[in-house]
Unconditional design. Sequence first.
Length: 145
Amino acid sequence: MEPLDLRIGPPRGPRVELAGIAFTARVVDKLRASLPGGNLHEYFPFVGVSAGWAHYTGIDLHELRDVIAEAASEADVETWIFEHTTHLDKATVNAKLHRINSLKMPDDLREVFERTYSAEIRERCTNIFELLELDDARFYTTSER
């Protein structure tokens, strides 16, 4: 797959499903942006909610990045993810992802979280999906984070 340049626009929203799992399309976009020739533009592909997604799905993000680098299309990536998540109760995984609360951010991620997102946005949105959606919209509207 071709690398992405996230300076042009944000990764897909956190609610967008791929292989039946929320946040998956966003993970794929951030990993594509981490490929040679791509640009992450202040996004983090291996920490935060992406790491939570990896925990819930059992997929290693570095292995998925290699799959993306070799894939001819997103359909190939989706098939690979689907095959590696057939054992999951995807409704349960999606419910867990949708319930991530920014007020319960682990201590080891809190510093980066607070540096990345303004106090105003953190106070306004405690649901991490809402926070990410608002931040993407504000970031690409105002070009300020």
